[in-house]
Design a protein around this ligand. Structure first.
Ligand code: SF4
Ligand code: SF4
Length: 450
């Protein structure tokens, strides 16, 4: 009977069958996974003062975060956020190595939380999975694969919905009221996750992820790494000798989701998930010995000190502090509405019959106040003595934008320059914006240009 090759069953790729593992680091990772799932699945449903706690509203070019609304005029916050994330990655990588990969990367989080348990549930433990995949197609194998992939598809759809909720809003998306484009994004995200779960898996870390490539530039000899204690472990052998502690049980190898042997030294493929630490801990505890695979650094292995504070981490930490301080200052000084003033199209100035010169503007105001109540705005001008201002009262609902005419009139005898700068003042109960513009009187009045 010919053998039907299903994805991951053979070919040039060596399929990885990680054995399940329990231990202290696995428990810590469960907690970080739980927190990240809460952030993804729960946060889009929470509202703060009537606004989504987190929503990247791309069609309306708005970002909702913790009840505040950020618009393109707040681009500085986006720049600060990206810089903060970049320096956080540098800082934590310099101290803890690839802690992101092992504890927080979505690829790791979803594979460990959903895919490996589902695989174990449908196809059994590592030995059974490996043996069955090496055999030809059978009814037993087929139904298990079908059930497993159906479950993966369900998880992929769930993740696609959760990710798109961040852009389309959880309520409209899950109640079928979001746009067709939103559901197209669900389909794209779900398809990508499904391919990753069924086939790509650890290859993403090895071949695609840029972080794995530049991590060596971010670490040094004092960075924490997961490594094998060669001095205590070697020479390895099936029996614990007087010198070598490693009993060559291979447990640290069979639990590795990247398919590597940590005893071969530092490898690019290692995502520092610490599964091998828990594995060796469980073996060595039987001999009342500390684990041979542990968090350490090159410096510590050579008997030198590992300092968390060193030039590299001080620079990154200093940048993080400065970025945080800048963000706090800007948030405190932030005006929770947007306003702009432009001259009305086709009108420079008009001479009225009653001896006034009139300029007409269009004033645009957007209410970004983090409140469910409407907000009233006062409009006034500064810098034009004896001017008359005509503007309708403005009362805006949350997130409402309005464009209204603003008419400014100046007695002809006061208009002694061709262009007079002045300021439009827009004030809400909590903040004020000053918009500089100019008043045109015209050369026909015989004035001097400024
Ligand atoms: S070597 Fe250890 S820490 Fe690295 S990926 Fe494998 S199990 Fe995780
Ligand atoms: S788990 Fe520990 S004892 Fe077993 S092979 Fe790995 S390093 Fe050696």
């Amino acid at each position: 009977m010919s053998v039907v090759r299903l994805p991951g069953m053979s070919g040039s790729r060596e399929w990885v069958y990680p054995q399940s593992i329990h231990g202290a680091f696995t428990s810590v990772r469960r907690w970080t996974f739980l927190l990240l799932h809460a952030a993804l699945f729960v946060a889009p449903w929470i509202t703060v003062r009537g606004h989504p706690m987190v929503l990247l509203d791309l069609p309306h070019r708005r970002v909702h975060l913790m009840g505040a609304i950020y618009t393109p005029s707040d681009t500085i916050f986006l720049v600060l956020l990206l810089l903060f994330l970049a320096f956080s990655l540098f800082f934590f990588t310099a101290i803890f190595g690839r802690i992101w990969c092992g504890y927080a990367c979505p690829q790791t989080v979803f594979l460990e939380s959903w895919i490996r348990p589902l695989e174990q549930w449908t196809e059994g433990d590592r030995t059974r999975r490996k043996r069955r995949d090496a055999q030809g197609l059978s009814l037993d194998k087929a139904w298990r694969k079908i059930v497993k992939w159906a479950a993966f598809l369900g998880v992929s759809l769930l993740l696609g919905m959760a990710m798109t909720s961040l852009f389309a809003g959880a309520r409209p998306l899950w109640t079928g009221q979001a746009s067709a484009a939103s559901y197209a994004f669900v389909a794209i995200f779900s398809a990508l996750w499904f391919v990753d779960f069924v086939w790509f898996r650890e290859q993403f870390c090895i071949f695609l992820c840029p972080y794995a490539r530049f991590q060596s530039a971010l670490t040094d000899e004092e960075t924490l790494l997961i490594s094998y204690d060669t001095k205590r472990g070697e020479p390895r052998g099936p029996k614990r000798g007087p010198e070598g502690g490693c009993i060559a049980c291979q447990k640290c190898v069979v639990v590795c989701p990247q398919g590597i042997d940590i005893r071969d030294g530092f490898q690019l493929e290692c995502i520092q998930c610490a599964r091998c630490v828990d594995a060796c801990e469980s073996v060595m505890s039987r001999f009342d010995q500390p684990t041979l695979v542990r968090y350490s650094s090159i410096a510590a292995d050579e008997g030198r000190e590992s300092r968390p504070l060193r030039p590299r981490t001080l620079v990154y930490g200093g940048m993080l502090t400065a970025l945080t301080a800048a963000a706090v200052v800007l948030v405190l000084a932030r005006v929770p509405f947007e306003a702009s003033v432009n001259r009305a199209p086709g009108s420079l100035y008009t001479e009225d019959a009653d001896g006034f010169v009139r300029n007409t503007y269009l004033l645009r105001i957007t209410n970004n106040e983090p409140s469910e109540l409407p907000v009233e705005y006062d409009i006034a001008i500064d810098g034009l003595d004896r001017a008359e201002v005509t503007a309708v009262p403005v009362r805006l609902a949350p997130e409402q934008t309005v464009t209204l005419p603003l008419i400014v009139r100046l007695p002809r005898e006061a208009a002694n320059r061709r262009t007079v700068p002045f300021t439009v003042r827009v004030a809400s109960p909590t903040a004020e914006l000053l918009l500089p513009t100019t008043f045109k009187t015209g050369a026909s009045l015989g004035g001097q240009d400024d």
